[in-house]
Structure formats: C-alpha cells, structure tokens
Design a protein around this ligand. Structure first.
Ligand code: DOR
Ligand code: ZN
Length: 427
C-alpha cells in the first residue's frame, strides 16, 4: 500500500462500519473497520457514530460576485458549500459584470483560490450570450480557456432559437454543455408564481407550466436534430418530465436537473397565512402543484431527471420584504439541501442510490468533474455527517448571506461535522 496520510476510523458507509485510507488526496482503500490499527504517521479521524457520504456536486449556484456581494460573495458562498457537503460548485453567469469574458472568470477563480484554497472547487459557467442579452454569442473559446466548465443564459431565457442553436453547436466545439433555463419568453417571464388556483386566490400575476414545457420541447428537438447534449436546468413540472422521459426513450442526449424545493414544496408555500404571502417562496420557475411534485419525485427516482442542483439564489432580506410582484425570484439552498434531501431518503421518498447518483455521479459525468465513489484512485472527497442531529433553520445557522428560504424556523435533521476534499480537512 502507498504511504497513508489519513485514516478515517469507524465511519458508517451504506450500512457498514469502515476504515477509509487516504494517500496523496486519493482513496487508497476502504476496509471493514477493525478494533485496533497501527496508524503509523497517518493522521487519524475518529468517525464513530457518524455517517460518511461522498461530497456532493452542485451544478447550479448563484454566487453573486462580482457585482452583488451584498447578497453573497465567493467567500461566503463557498463557506455555505463547504458546510453543506459540496466539493464541486458550478456558478452561474448572471453577475455584474456578466461572466461573458475571461477577466470575470479569472476573478471568480482567483477569489475561490484565495479564500478556499483547499476547496470547495469552483467551476464558473460562462454566459451563452454577451451580457445575457440573447443577441450575440459570448466568446466561448476565450471563456473555456479561462476555465468555464459549461455555458448558460440562466435567469434570462433565449428568445431566438437560431441564436440558441448556434450557441449549442459552438459550445460543443469546445466540449462544453449548454445549460438551458427553460422559460418561454412571451409568457410572463419570472412571475415566480404558478398559474392556477393559488395565483387566482392571491391575485398575483403568474406563469403556467407550459411556459417551461414549451422550451423543454424546443430543446429536445434541437438536441435530437443536432445530436448534441443539452442540459435542462431546474425542471419543476409534470409536463416537462413527460417530455424528457419520451425524449430519453428515443435516445435524445438530453439531461436534466431538479432542485430540493420542487421535491418538497408546492405553490401552497406562497400563502404564509390566510391573507398573507411569502416572498421567500417566489422562485423561477415557480413552485407548482402536488401532482407536479409527485411527478418530479418519480422522475428523479427512475432516472428521467438525472441530477439534483440547488439553484441557490441568495437575495438580501430587504429585497424580499416588499410587495410580491417586485420581490426578486430565488431561494437560498446550499445550507439546507443536504438535510432536506437526506430526510427524503430516510422517509423512503428517494432511494439512497437515487440520492448518490443525483448529487454525485450523474452531475460529475455530465460536466466532467471529479467524483468520489470510494474506489481506489478516486479523489478523497467526503464528509462526516451526524444524521440524527436536529437543527433549526435560523439566519445565524445559515452560512450563506442569503436568508431567503421558506424553511426559515423549521427543524431539520442531519448536520455536517467535518468535510474533506482531496484528503484535506476544509471545515
Ligand atoms: O429564482 C431564480 N433566481 N431563478 C433564476 O432563474 C435566477 C435566480 C437568480 O439569479 O436569482
Ligand atoms: Zn434559472
């Protein structure tokens, strides 16, 4: 065996007590735990009573820097990621300036290196079009060279199918996948409320599920025609899921993500009290109906939806404390995602296999990112997790600057105790 730098003792891995041996940042061996062990000069981490999970990957995060550091910055966002169990973070381009040129990408990477040199690893997503305006393609070769791992116009749907097609083709020349925010630009963009009973009762401008499904179908047809993969962001409704299932059965190279909020919340979360509304539940795409939620759960379990992502969208408290129609869309997610989705595993809503695939192997395969499957040679990215520790979602308990979550005040289960990336303790 190579020289061992770290031994994690008696961790619970999928029902077994194991010792994990790490050498030069990689998994060397995972063995059934033994009573006594001579560690030599290796560091020892006692994990008795704790669950070990491979670090998670989040391919859809808004870190807000540059330009909106009052909402979040790279230091605080990566802190929330580290404590949230994430080793790989892909951050969206809707910053100010937009990430549509190499200096912005470089700034993001430089900040990540400065504040979190041992990880979480940051993979910026370049803009698909200049300024996210949907008119001219961004310089993708330059962005890919600077370190962008994918391209997206997230937050702003692309109106022109011609420009979108060109973007998909051009991105594929640089071996990058396009992530599409699917929203028909002619149907009340970013309303943040599902069109239906709840929106009528509250008298709010709303967006129907077909606004999402229409662009999902466009993307499926384009992906099939071009024979190029397209990744669909934050899928929220049954109509989209049905289209994706049909497309996959035809062999279309489409992949898709959903978020913890579409698995656990519905439009009912908008009604905080009888006469009140909760702007923290305003998100784009909007929280949908119970039938949609069930369809999304089923699709994640059967693999129609490949992966989970948080769509972590932090906003300042004062920005959300306004009339509903002027409040920005978004839910902060990095701090709560692990507890919320692991609770679903404990309740039998998601299988453990689905959880692991959706947060680790699938996103890493789609975007070519490092992943730990506890096989020798894998990066030693894992965290020790107290499954039973209860905690209350309070502003202080969240590491992110974003406190905008409908889960505020609720009790969650499961806390990260310590997190290793490439064998180094990051928190
Ligand atoms: O709710 C959302 N918030 N959806 C998006 O697409 C963008 C995001 C943001 O940047 O706040
Ligand atoms: Zn989006």
């Amino acid at each position: 065996m190579a020289k061992i730098d770290l031994i994690v003792r008696r961790a619970r891995l999928d029902g077994r007590d194991v010792d994990i041996f790490v050498s030069r940042g990689k998994i060397e061996a995972v063995r059934k735990s033994v009573k006594t062990l001579d560690p030599g000069d290796a560091k020892v981490e006692e994990a008795f009573g704790l669950t070990v999970l491979p670090s998670l990957t989040d391919v859809h995060v808004h870190l807000r820097e540059p330009g909106f550091e009052y909402k979040e910055d790279i230091e605080s966002g990566l802190r929330a990621a580290a404590w949230g169990g994430f080793s790989n973070i892909m951050c969206m381009a809707n910053t100010k300036p937009v990430n549509d040129c190499a200096p912005v990408t470089e700034l993001m990477l430089e900040k990540a290196r400065r504040y979190w040199p041992k990880g979480p690893r940051l993979f910026p997503i370049g803009a698909l079009t200049k300024g996210l305006k949907g008119k001219e393609l961004a310089p993708m070769a330059e962005l890919a060279r600077a370190g962008c791992a994918a391209f997206s116009n997230d937050g702003v749907p692309i109106e022109s199918s011609k420009i979108f097609r060109n973007a998909v083709e051009y991105a594929s020349d640089w071996d990058r996948v396009v992530i599409d925010h699917c929203e028909d630009p002619y149907l009340d963009v970013a309303a943040g409320v599902n069109e239906g009973e709840v929106s009528s009762r509250l008298g709010l401008p709303a967006q129907p599920d077909v606004a999402e499904a229409m662009q999902v179908s466009r993307d499926i047809l384009l992906s099939e025609y071009l024979d190029i993969p397209i990744h669909l962001a934050h899928i929220s409704c049954k109509k989209s899921v049905d289209l994706i299932r049909f497309a996959k059965a035809r062999g279309v190279k489409i992949t898709a993500e959903t978020t913890p909020h579409y698995l656990t919340m519905t439009e009912d979360f908008l009604e905080a009290e009888e006469t009140e509304y909760d702007t923290n539940a305003k998100v784009n795409p909007p929280l949908r109906t119970e039938a949609d939620r069930q369809a999304v759960i089923e699709a994640l379990n059967d693999g129609t939806l490949d992966c989970l992502a948080t769509d972590h969208a932090p906003h300042a408290v004062y920005e959300k404390e306004v009339e509903f129609d002027v409040a920005p869309c978004g839910i902060t997610g990095l701090d709560t995602a692990l507890s919320v989705t692991w609770e679903l595993v404990r309740e039998g809503v998601l299988t453990r296999e689905t959880f692991i695939r959706a947060w680790t192997t699938a996103p890493c395969a789609i975007f070519n990112l490092p992943v730990n499957t506890f096989v020798p040679g894998d990066p030693a990215d894992f965290f020790l997790f107290d499954e039973d520790q209860e905690w209350i979602v309070t502003p202080e308990a969240l590491h992110s600057k974003g406190k905008n979550t409908p889960l505020m005040g609720t009790v969650r289960k499961g806390r990260v105790k310590t997190h290793f990336i490439a064998g180094k303790k990051i928190v």
